[in-house]
Design a protein around this ligand. Structure first.
Ligand code: PMP
Length: 358
């Protein structure tokens, strides 16, 4: 068996220890004679799984009691609609910061439900930076940001202080990668398939005072209050994904938790940015102060060389380095489960490729 280094933006690598544990428990979970996939979601075993998964996430992120943790389905894309459906209420007006493709999608969706004000955008320079000067609109129901931009490779290093306007963040591609003060946010959401576990699960962390004040007519499955009241068991949850997320959270705790993985993530990213900063061949368009430590886009000056790089890297066991079609070039997604050794192997490969193609 050979495991390769997978730089996919998601679904992406999972910790090998987690996959091994899941494999060992696959046929007979804790003496039940069943796989977790076969357990009733109302069984005591599954209730323990979902409760433990939530408790571990709460410890990892320091989530206070006045926040609910929801395990939902529909991907982060469904949150693009659920956020406005539930939180646009007083003025039906929300502020958005447009920092890339996923922000654009969130804005388009929110516009279906109310008035959206884009208070800042980095579209003028192909989303290669994070805007700095902006103010939230008085009376806005919330301010939405994409805290890490998966395609473009930027991230917010600092978050706007918005005492009167709840800050809502799509953290899909960076949740659990660095320390975050949850109390700065009204709502955080993330699709699971990067730093949490398998696709099919979406985690929402929402301050409870924001829940249940939505306008009438919101479908039951789209209401945060319904999922809060039923502890994510209003209907069948994505049971196996919740279980695997729990294993990933426990693995993360065993690594030393978010501070430890954050320091490792910083060093992993630095290894790649050092290559890019020294290189005459590879470059990245991202403003250095706004560089993501999760998604690192880069390119050579020619499409032909990019193709050659992607093919030769794949042959060397460095997989899925093609950049998103909207950005082109290459992108290395180096989420929590990517070991430092994988990033070092990529860095060495890039240096060698540059020597061979000088
Ligand atoms: N937001 C961000 C920042 C993402 O990276 C992605 C997926 N790559 C999405 C939203 C959409 O997520 P999903 O496919 O889970 O709907």
């Amino acid at each position: 068996m050979t495991r390769i280094y997978n730089f996919s933006p998601g679904p992406s690598m999972l910790p090998e220890a987690v996959l091994r544990k899941a494999a060992a428990e696959m046929l007979d979970y804790h003496g039940t004679g069943m796989s977790v996939m076969e357990l009733s979601y109302r069984s005591k075993e599954f209730l323990q799984i979902i409760e433990r998964t939530e408790a571990t996430l709460r410890r990892l992120m320091g989530i206070p009691d006045n926040y609910s943790v929801l395990f939902l389905q529909g991907g982060a894309s469904t949150q693009f609609a659920m956020v406005p459906m539930n939180l646009m209420r007083t003025t039906a007006q929300a502020d958005y910061i447009n920092t890339g493709n996923w922000s654009e999608r969130a804005i388009a969706e929110a516009s279906l439900f109310g008035e959206v004000t884009v208070i800042a955008s980095s579209e003028d320079r192909n989303y290669t930076y994070i805007p700095r000067d902006y103010y939230s609109s008085p009376g806005a129901d919330y301010l939405h940001i994409t805290s890490n931009n998966t395609l473009e490779g930027t991230r917010f290093n600092e978050f706007l202080d918005t005492p009167d306007v709840p800050l809502v963040a799509d953290m899909s591609s960076e949740v659990l990668s660095r320390e975050i003060d949850v109390t700065r946010f009204g709502l955080i959401y993330a699709g699971a398939q990067k730093n949490i576990g398998p696709a099919g699960l979406t985690v929402v962390i929402v301050r409870t005072d924001l829940v249940g004040k939505h306008a009438s007519g919101v479908p039951t499955m789209m209401r945060y209050d319904v999922h809060c009241d039923s502890k994510s068991l209003y209907n069948t949850p994505s049971c196996y994904a919740v279980y695997l997320a729990g294993l990933v959270f426990e693995w993360l705790e065993q690594q030393g938790g978010v501070p430890t993985i954050a320091a490792l993530n910083e060093s992993k990213a630095q290894v790649l940015y050092d290559v890019l900063d020294e290189s005459q061949l590879f470059s990245t368009a991202v403003n250095p102060a706004d560089r993501s430590i999760m998604n690192v886009p880069f390119t050579t000056p020619s499409d032909t060389l990019n193709e050659k790089f992607i093919a030769e890297a794949a042959a060397a066991g460095l997989s899925t380095l093609r950049g998103h079609r909207l950005v082109g070039g290459m992108r290395a997604s180096i989420y929590n489960a990517m070991p430092l050794a994988g990033v070092q192997k990529l860095a060495d490969f890039m240096r060698q490729f540059e020597r061979d193609n000088a």
